[in-house]
Design a protein around this ligand. Structure first.
Ligand SMILES: [Zn+2]
Length: 277
């Protein structure tokens, strides 16, 4: 099996980390038309995320695309994908020390209680918090899951509530009554996580490769000067160890999907831990 991908880190928004490798890796799977055929294909008015691109890819392959996708998912086993986790921790340092923990409803309940009893702006929630915890229908929905995304730009523009309000579990439990309190606690933070692909479900890796292959084809044919924001997430069922967290940063502007996507200015663009990691 080809070792081209071994030890490499693939980053969606930096095509130079994967396009040249993909061009090399795919060579044995190409028919006599080859990459040159794509380069001479001429500009296509096809939306970047239209799977019609894969039809063009198929026209240069020497076997069904399904088998190429399968081969790739096996070949990337020993490489890493750069991913991002958005949240709003009070002390970002703890993530660098402890890693990113799976959703744990029991721990989140405790956090909710502490928040409601410690913060004076939430006194009105105190009489009902225990009842609301018991009746919370989403309590166990994400138990044992951790989510990371392929493109941090998509998180900032379309899933900014994790950065603005923190845990979706807490926001769901406490509701709009707590929004302004949550907006003023902690630091909107994106952790950069280099995730070994062998931790990801094989079927998901195949979907990832389809996405890469589609974009690779668009790049070869259209030679675009921009990189699309990709909505692609990975769900893990284990804690992410701190050794996989490369760094973190605090985005300046974040879209708020809970309030008609207004753009909120982040006042916390650095934290005490920015320089110590
Ligand atoms: Zn920081």
């Amino acid at each position: 099996m080809s070792k081209i991908w071994n030890g490499k880190t693939i980053e969606w928004k930096r095509p130079n980390t994967w396009v040249p490798l993909l061009s090399r890796w795919i060579r044995p799977h190409l028919n006599e038309r080859g990459i040159r055929y794509l380069q001479r294909f001429g500009y296509q008015e096809i939306c970047w995320d239209d799977s019609e691109w894969l039809g063009i890819t198929q026209s240069v392959l020497n076997k069904d695309i399904e088998f190429v996708v399968q081969d790739f998912a096996e070949a990337v086993h020993a490489s890493t994908i750069r991913t991002f986790h958005g949240c709003r921790p009070v002390a970002p340092r703890t993530y660098h020390e402890d890693g990113i923990m799976m959703n744990n409803p029991r721990a989140l309940e405790e956090q909710a209680r502490r928040l409601v009893y410690d913060d004076e702006t939430l006194t009105s929630l105190r009489p009902s918090i225990e009842k609301e915890i018991i009746e919370y229908i989403f309590r166990d929905q994400d138990q044992g899951n951790v989510f990371v995304v392929l493109d941090d730009r998509f998180m900032i523009s379309s899933a900014g509530h994790y950065l603005i309000y923190g845990s979706e579990w807490l926001v769901g439990l406490l509701g709009p009554r707590a929004h302004s309190t949550l907006r003023n606690r902690g630091y909107p933070t994106i952790f950069v996580v280099d995730l070994p692909l062998n931790l990801i479900n094989f079927e998901v890796v195949k979907h990832l490769f389809e996405a890469l292959l589609q974009e690779w084809t668009r790049i070869k044919v259209n030679r675009p000067s921009w990189i699309p924001e990709k909505n692609f997430s990975f769900c893990l069922h284990q804690d992410i160890p701190s050794s996989m967290i490369v760094t973190h940063y605090h985005p300046k502007l974040i879209c708020d999907p809970l309030y008609n996507r207004i753009v909120r200015q982040n006042e916390f663009v650095s934290c005490p831990d920015c320089n110590s990691i």
